[in-house]
Design a protein around this ligand. Structure first.
Ligand code: C2E
Ligand code: CA
Ligand code: CA
Length: 372
């Protein structure tokens, strides 16, 4: 902490001096200091509070590489307090049963039969009603608390699958969402395996959706987690495929079973329609060549369904078919709608798109020297 005249030029000079000093040190590459400034407007405040305010200002710069100096504003405390309040409410909300999951079916694009469902968390707040995940998951991920909620949801999913089997209701596999923070915090394959053992479930009923960004952030750890999930009998999906940057390279290393195409792929307008179709078609045939099943997400129109059918994309999920729904509605739906055995679908898909078919065709290509 420095106590200086409030002079922008001087603050910049301090920043630059630190940068110059650090650059001359070994093993400090990539280090960029951040500076939080609290201009003293109320000298009645304690020095401790002033230092806290400067730190709060500095903390808002995390991840913003173009801005390295930030002045404190009262709104920063409000936003921090709001986050703390939400975290506190969530911590109390879990044991109060305020968190539930909705289920959204995935269907066979040709027959509309339901092949599986995805569990999507919802917060039923006692005062504010239903709150969607994008309002609380980012806060939970930043604080690391997401794992507590996810473990609770995964447990509830297994409990539901057990109940369906006990009540002789129709059962389809349910996929759960796994955050990279979960993979960093706990041994996910071991925890999921302990759940399937506890509820006497065949692991084929639980599928793991891991977002593409996780693969980019922590490639080796995620790859190892996938291999261990496989060993324990779980199916692994790469969620939001195509939304990040190094997706194609990741496919080479990660042993996933299913690609979930990001919603942006099926969203097309008049201007980008032609290019969009070419991209979709290429991605789907690439996935098929790699023996990967594709699920297209965010399907909202019949035109999109026809397009996907023509590209031989078997699995679809979106508002056109079903929106996420409470468990009781999903149960009713499953008792009235034909179900397709997801694992049979996969087997028949694998037989159709046997990788060896492609390997053979490459082997029969003339070698470079022969061509010359
Ligand atoms: P996601 O895993 O990619 O889930 C798909 C999201 O798209 C869901 O939003 C779903 O309601 C929505 N969606 C489905 N069909 C359509 C469609 O046709 N059009 C449009 N526009 N949207 C559609 P939701 O439920 O709000 O979830 C948002 C994200 O929050 C999820 O994206 C997932 O990343 C995360 N999430 C949800 N539940 C959990 C959970 O239990 N744990 C963790 N870690 N993340 C979760
Ligand atoms: Ca998902
Ligand atoms: Ca997704």
């Amino acid at each position: 902490f420095l106590f200086l005249p409030n002079d922008n030029g001087l603050i910049r000079l301090v920043f630059q001096t630190v940068c110059d000093y650090v650059q001359n040190q070994e093993q400090m590459e990539g280090f960029l200091p951040i500076v939080g400034v609290y201009p003293i407007t109320d000298s009645e405040r304690s020095v401790g509070t002033m230092c806290n305010y400067a730190q709060i200002a500095a903390s808002t710069l995390k991840g913003k590489f173009s801005q390295r100096i930030c002045y404190f504003e009262a709104a920063m405390v409000e936003s921090l307090e709001k986050k703390q309040r939400v975290l506190h409410e969530i911590n109390n909300g879990i044991p109060n049963g305020e968190f539930v999951f909705y289920l959204q079916p995935k269907c066979d694009s040709r027959t509309r039969k339901i092949t599986s469902m995805e569990a999507l968390v919802r917060w039923i707040h006692p005062k504010r009603g239903l709150i969607p995940p994008n309002e609380f998951i980012p806060i939970l991920e930043k604080s690391g608390l997401i794992t507590r909620l996810d473990m609770y949801i995964w447990n509830s999913v297994c409990q539901t699958l057990r109940r369906w089997q006990d009540e002789h209701k129709p059962v389809v596999p349910i996929s759960i969402n796994i955050s990279i923070i979960d993979i960093e915090n706990i041994d996910v394959p071991r925890y999921l395996s302990s759940l399937t053992e506890q509820y006497h479930l065949d692991p084929k009923y639980l599928m793991a959706e891991i977002t593409e960004t996780a693969f980019a952030e922590s490639n080796a750890t995620v790859k190892q987690t996938i291999d261990r999930l496989h060993k324990k009998g779980f199916t692994v999906l790469m969620d939001d495929f195509g939304s990040g940057y190094s997706s194609l390279n990741m496919l080479k290393d990660a042993n996933i079973d299913i690609l979930k195409l990001d919603m942006k792929f099926v969203e097309m307008n008049e201007e980008n329609h032609n290019k969009g179709i070419q991209i979709m078609d290429s991605v789907i045939s690439m996935a098929h060549r790699l023996n990967l099943l594709i699920v297209a997400e965010g399907v909202e129109t019949s035109a999109q369904v026809s397009m996907l059918q023509s590209m031989n994309c078997l699995c679809v999920q979106g508002y056109y078919f079903y929106r996420p729904m409470p468990i009781t509605d999903a149960e009713q739906l499953l008792s009235q709608t034909p179900i397709e055995d997801y694992h049979e679908l996969r087997t028949s898909f694998a037989q159709q798109h046997n990788c060896e078919e492609y390997l053979v065709s490459y082997e029969t290509l003339p070698s470079v020297s022969e061509s010359i």
